[in-house]
Design a protein around this ligand. Sequence first.
Ligand code: SF4
Length: 110
Amino acid sequence: MKNPISRRSLLRHAGMGAAAVLAATIAPRRGRAADLPRLDVHDPAAAALGYVEDAATVDTKKYSSFSPGASCANCMQLQGKAGEAYRPCAVFPGKLVAAAGWCMSWTPEM
Ligand code: SF4
């Protein structure tokens, strides 16, 4: 007696199921970064590292390590999608930082 479900049909449906599971797993992660709160400059961790939302406002006397032109946008700690105004940062997990911002942990991109 021949099996009513062919091997090809079974594999095709298994593949569709795996794709659906993968899409359901990835979709919430994409949305999660955009939903993160913005880092408050008064947050103790942010204040300790001199974080500002606009690198042009860095107190260069207080933060002599600041390099002209440095900003979150060209820091290797910045994550997320290029071009977005606020993005995740490895130094401040769970928060978004301004791409135009800066802090003492600035590290030039390689
Ligand atoms: S570590 Fe880099 S990306 Fe993160 S806040 Fe500081 S300068 Fe910006």
